[in-house]
Design a protein around this ligand. Sequence first.
Ligand SMILES: [Zn+2]
Length: 229
Amino acid sequence: MILAYHRINPWYPDDALSVTPEMFESQVKFLLDKGYKPVSLYQYIEERSFTNRFCVTFDDGFADNYFFAYPVIKKYNIRPTIFLIAHFIGTEKIYNKYKDKEKDRYLKWKEVQEMLRSNVDFGSHTLSHPDLTVLDRKHAWDEIFESKKFIQKNIGRKIDFFCYPYGKQNKKIRDMVKNAGYTGAVVTNWKGDFDIYALPRIGIYGHNSFFVFRVKIWRAKFLTKKFFS
Ligand SMILES: [Zn+2]
């Protein structure tokens, strides 16, 4: 199963996108204790043994992934993928619902570089986080293809996975992602048929209690079996 997080920090108990570092650590520990093996997205696809594997993903590339998730990632030796909004990395841009220049900023390239050396993978979440399904063809292609090139240039490594902003995608967009040279792409909702360019994930949110988390894992195990069979 693939888990989808956004932010990890102790600052915003009422923010759906923010999971506390303690909660994140207990969730990772729970999966490991239950015998789930942590894998990278690439291994997840390669090994084709989906029900007893887990892969952690983070959307958007918030700096708190480096401050608070990275220590947990190293401690438990997991292999997550962080999906970067290419043109927001290393800038002073702040997502409109947040305010703080340091707490709410996006990652810097040197933080990305450091995490890369500790088994963290990176993927593309477009250049500027638009709803791809409402853009004209050329604009959508640039968001998909140029973001891949831009991140690759900045990290010196191939980018294999893509994540659709707001989970918005359709056949035309999935085909573009494929033609741009990605190996696969992730969504958050469970759809019917298997598609490597619409790999389902379980969204984990700040308001999810530990009990809700366990129910989501239990349900995901069942759905994963169905999805990949
Ligand atoms: Zn996003």
